[in-house]
Design a protein around this ligand. Structure first.
Ligand SMILES: [Zn+2]
Length: 264
């Protein structure tokens, strides 16, 4: 059973949502509440990604595409994933950003590739995004939003005629698609994705300490107006600190794997 407080708070009125709720465990061992099915999340992610590809300009830069796709393959292999089941697209956008959607979709902006000072730093970005997907952060976040929505509706129902109003609750679940899969992740999700990214990059043969170096650069470039990627994430300072100590734990893994890293 999940022992999340958010479930207990709304346990009484939301029997329908609870009956559909599932428990998951993130790759870091953290218990998660997931209301949405994996296939629902994947199709929502895939549809949104298709829309983004229509709306945004896809980069034709051969070097950027080659490096991003090469790193993605090696990192996915390190994460024990089949790279052929993933889609990684480079978007011609100057903002230093990257994003992940359920359904194995990753987008990297050219601005982020330009900001990374070496392939290892770009590997940290892509590894981070793979981490978001594999830890099902999209599902967890959508589930939290849905449960919050359910709580509000339950309050209304309690004041009303007291009927279960199942159709309302089902509509609530259907609203998941409108919660904007691109809404910011929480600090907890960011930290978890950072750590997973470090694991994948070390295993793929990329220097895990370069993840913290990337955030030093991000902090310097942030200046007065932080880039999009920064504004929704933990502060660069705290990130640099924990990535340094976490990365140091994987230098052994990196040393034994470094000869197999091919993307330069
Ligand atoms: Zn993130």
């Amino acid at each position: 059973m999940c022992s999340l407080k958010s479930v207990l708070v709304i346990l009484f009125p939301i029997t329908l949502i609870l009956s559909l709720a599932g428990c998951a465990t993130s790759p870091m061992g953290r218990k998660q509440l997931t209301v949405m099915s994996e296939s629902q999340m994947n199709s929502m992610g895939a549809n949104s990604f298709e829309e983004l590809k229509r709306k945004m300009k896809i980069s034709q830069n051969a070097r950027f595409n080659q490096l991003t796709k090469c790193l993605s393959r090696e990192l996915l292999n390190a994460a024990e994933q089949n790279p052929n089941e993933w889609e990684v697209v480079v978007f011609a956008e100057n903002s230093p950003n990257a994003f992940a959607l359920p359904g194995n979709k990753i987008g990297v902006h050219t601005g982020m590739i330009q900001l990374a000072q070496n392939p290892d730093q770009l590997a940290a970005v892509i590894g981070h995004e793979i981490g978001h997907v594999l830890a099902q952060h999209g599902n967890e976040r959508t589930s939290q939003a849905l449960l919050a929505q359910g709580g509000i509706m339950a309050a209304n129902i309690a004041l009303g005629d007291g009927s279960p109003k199942r159709n309302l609750l089902l509509a609530g679940i259907g609203l998941g698609a409108q919660f904007g899969i691109l809404m910011p992740f929480s600090r907890k999700h960011e930290t978890e994705a950072d750590k997973l990214g470090v694991q994948y990059m070390a295993k793929a043969g990329y220097d895990p300490l370069q993840a913290s170096r990337l955030w030093v650069t991000m902090g310097q470039k942030a200046g007065g107006s932080p880039p999009e990627f920064l504004s929704t994430h933990p502060s660069p300072d705290s990130r640099v600190r924990y990535l340094e100590s976490y990365g140091a734990q994987f230098t052994g893994t990196y040393q034994t794997s470094r000869s197999k890293a091919r993307c330069r």
